[in-house]
Design a binder for this molecule. Structure first.
Ligand code: CP
Length: 332
């Protein structure tokens, strides 16, 4: 069994490589693999703080990455691209709205076309759960037929399923603040039903020994998560009272079906947070949010802009985490 180290490492050589070529989700990972990503990310973060403008010499030079986003993104896409460039990789972004996809090209044909161009890594975001798994299968099959190397597929968010690099950057942020993950109490608040962030976060936190709580409108908090060990709470005060982290989720207005919650005002009153409510319910807690925020809905500006919020630290950590993922999956 691979040893799990929870203290920072000083050399990348000390980081065991994950068993997988792809990063499709957190659910299949073991605790030591999650720690490998966190340790490598902490290493890269220290490196970037010492020499922020530099790239890491001789790391992934000569390799290439393509980002294929079928849904909008600011943070994930730019930080993947920045991470790849810092490791010396060539980077191409496929603007789906301006690609042959709009002429009807299928995901399979798009991926086979990019494989034929020789990319080493595919970063994909798609509205359909399982799309990155499909891409990985297409690439594995084509590589078998051509006796070629299988590129790595990195899930940048698939439907309501997973967003693994978001979970890793969230855990890195918590680890930096608290010096541990085990025993932390993390309350995810809001639209759990549609949230790939909550699903990946749940897997990562439970595997590393944290306590996970879900709270939100009953129509948006599937009870079935209790079977994985999540504590389902009925009210916001119950969920956050002694929490270390209050993780406010974006209300995904683009994925809503009618009738899941009465109104945005009602949602804000019951499950939104402002600075006064935080001070009243859980003054000890830090606040996180994956972005983009709906200010005035799940989070008020006075809280988002306060020192209680770690939202921009999460964004910063996205670069180091994505460097870690690329390095661990692609370095020889
Ligand atoms: N957190 C997140 O996935 O942000 P983007 O949609 O901007 O990538």
């Amino acid at each position: 069994m691979t040893e799990v180290k929870t203290q920072p490492i000083t050399s990348l050589e000390d980081v065991p490589k994950p068993r997988f070529r792809h990063l499709l989700g957190i659910e299949p990972l073991e605790a030591w693999e999650i720690w490998s990503f966190l340790h490598a990310a902490a290493f890269f973060k220290r490196y970037l703080q010492i020499s922020p403008q530099s790239s890491i010499p001789n790391s992934l030079t000569g390799k290439s990455l393509v980002t294929l986003f079928y849904e909008p993104s600011t943070r994930t896409r730019t930080s993947f691209e920045m991470a790849a460039r810092k490791l010396g990789m060539g980077v191409t972004h496929i603007a789906v709205a301006a690609a042959s996809v709009v002429k009807g090209e299928s995901l399979k044909d798009t991926v086979l076309t990019l494989y034929a161009l020789g990319y080493d890594a595919f970063v994909i975001r798609h509205s359909h759960s399982g799309a990155p798994h499909f891409v990985a299968r297409v690439l594995e099959e084509r590589a078998r037929q051509t006796n070629g190397k299988v590129p790595s597929v990195l899930n940048a968010g698939d439907g309501m399923h997973e967003h693994p690099t978001q979970a890793l950057l969230d855990l890195l942020t918590m680890w930096e603040v608290f010096g541990r993950i085990e025993g932390l109490k993390v309350a995810f608040v809001g639209d759990i039903l549609h949230s790939r962030v909550a699903r990946s976060g749940m897997w990562a936190l439970l595997k590393l020994g944290a306590e996970v709580r879900f709270v939100g409108p009953p129509t948006m908090v599937p009870e079935g998560f209790a079977t994985f060990g999540v504590r389902i709470c009925r009210t916001l005060p119950e969920a956050v009272r002694d929490a270390d982290v209050v993780y406010l989720l974006r209300l995904q207005l683009e994925r809503q079906q009618a009738g899941l919650f009465p109104s945005i005002n009602e949602y804000h009153r019951l499950f939104g947070m402002d600075l006064r409510k935080l001070q009243e319910l859980c003054p000890q807690a830090l606040v996180m949010h994956p972005g983009p925020m709906n200010r005035g809905v799940e989070i008020a500006s006075d809280l988002a802009d306060s020192e209680k919020a770690r939202i921009l630290d999460q964004v910063t950590n996205g670069v180091a985490v994505r460097m870690a993922v690329l390095w661990l999956l692609l370095s020889e």
